[in-house]
Design a protein around this ligand. Sequence first.
Ligand SMILES: Cc1ncc(COP(=O)(O)O)c(C=O)c1O
Length: 393
Amino acid sequence: MEVDPGAGLHYLDSASTTFPKPPEVLQAMVDFATAAGVTPGRATYDLGLVAQSMVDRCRKAVCQLFHGPRPEQVAFGHNATDALNLVILGRLWRGGHVVTTRLEHNSVLRPIAHAVDDHGARATLVPFDGRGYVDPDAIRKAIEKDTRLVVVSHASNVLGTVQPVAEIGAVCRAAGVPLCLDAAQSAGVVPIDMQAMGVDIVAFTGHKGLLGPTGTGGLCIGAGVELALTRAGGTGVRSADRRHPEEYPLRLEYGTPNTIGLAGLARGLALIEQEGGVAAIHAREMALAEELWRALTETDGVTPYCAETLTDRTPVFAFNFDGLDPAEAGARLDVDFDVACRTGLHCAPLVHESLGTAPAGSLRLGVGPLTTRADVVAGAAAIRALAAEARRR
Ligand SMILES: Cc1ncc(COP(=O)(O)O)c(C=O)c1O
């Protein structure tokens, strides 16, 4: 799955989305749309069954990837944000307490804010330590009698730190509270085993580590986890019923699905297997990331955040150049060095508040499945050159 994005660009913004998409994924979408791009499930003609079997295949692959209980417990939606809204509002629709962390993305923080403001919920936000990790014991202490949900971002989209999920899962199991993992940054990047890790719900997005297109994502839900219905609509089955069906996956699926996107996601999931699986991809990405990490940690005038080691992390790094505004530095990396990175708060304002980097935020570099050695070499050289220039100012 090698692709040249062209124009000499070194794309190091893979934490935002995987780019370019593997050609196999794009081709799978064209092939599906051309041959069987009809609505699945509802049709009485053969092509509808072909479309349904593609969706079923994708469900099965997601279930296998996360070690979910059964494919029917996988519900597809638009992205991780959509999935997290269903979980957070589905657990807090009638109020109650939620435990989360200061590492979270706005796709967790904002639905929680709405649940607090509009549904009478209460929230406790657990801090992270100086290395970027949440203490499972702090989660244990934050759980109250009416805690309805613990939601934790598996891998921080700013710091790249991978949280001790198995320990957090054990805490949640002991307290009888469902644990939802925001796996936007970890699905397809680090292995996830819901059963071994004590995770009840995985919220995933299709367009990052899973190699699929934008507009895909969803939930893998453990057996016995109850989510209130917070949306309703057409399902193509039992159309005479007044209310939305209760059973999974229909319970969490509304309207016509993004079948063309799911055809791409199914191909992306197959590619992950073809490339040796998630652990092999992670090892390859971390080996590439070392080049960037060395530049960030060994260059005078560069401050990396929570990047002491390359273990227990994804290849995502936040940093600043001393004396340079991150937005200006990001523009310089793009214009002068053809290096694409992300700057600002990265939709995680509390991370930057805790680091002391708000309101300007930081730069962020991320290695992804299609990153090449040339990309990381160019990125490292650009960091050294820009830092040297900033030191001379
Ligand atoms: C940690 C984290 N959670 C959630 C999301 C939301 O993902 P999406 O934009 O695909 O809904 C992101 C996206 O960057 C993320 O990094």
